[in-house]
Write a protein of this length. Sequence first.
Length: 311
Amino acid sequence: MSPWVPLLAMTVALLIDRLWGEPPTWAHPVVAMGRYLAWLGPRLSAWRPGFAFLGGAVAWCVGGGMVMMLAWGAQRGLSECAWYVQTLLLGVLLKPLLAWRMLRDEVASVEGALGESLGAGRAQLQRLVSRDVSQLDEVAVRESAIESLAENLNDSLVAPLLWFAVGGLGAAALYRFANTADAMWGYRGRYEWAGKWAARADDILSWLPARITALLLCLSAGAMPTWSSITRQARATPSPNGGWPMGVMALLLKVRLGKPGVYVLNESAQLPEARHTAQALAWAQRAVWWAAVLSVLLMLLSACWAQGGHG
């Protein structure tokens, strides 16, 4: 496969996402991953802790291995096609692993719903987060939406795009499986033991992309908070990765963000208003394009490295 094909396929995937958004549920590979995890999760969580951990680890490895091999096989199978067919089909296969338009629209809809009523805002936010939103006031709903935008910018776009750039469709698919498994199993309580492996795997695969996402947001805003302030905010959250883009977003917007009873970011700043949501969305959109530029550079470097090795 020509080194230009993945680069052009990424462009096709981003264009499809911009024009049409998500594919139908029946054709969505991430939905299929979720069904596999949803079927196994309750069964594994009923086991004793040690067996639940082992079962969760094996289930993750089997599911992740299948996803990666299917994606790798599909990309390899395209190598016999004409370059333009490879580009189109690889872009179509990559698109479901990226979900920027859906994220953007959902976050914007929260702000729009808040303009109608607090209840509508809470209902719209519930589509984005797994936490209980019934007691959140208007400010807390807005904070949660902005936090979800920042964190999921990494999970839904930057990380899978970067993994595709360095490892092809198989690496991007494995990342989305890991992220989906963490979202479904990586909680304390019912899934604590069955989901430990999934949570750690996602931490590892998201470690560098989350930090890159934070830097891309700075680039998009044309500002750079001090490194000490960034790391201080990042450490305030339980997640080793989510605090990086969320903390940077709070610092750039000069607002307070938080999850009640869990953490507060940029605590002494003002409370977010509707204009801050609009600004966050604008910066996130720019970060998408910067992520695409970075991915192109990584692909070109990889192609040059491969040619140098063969030379």
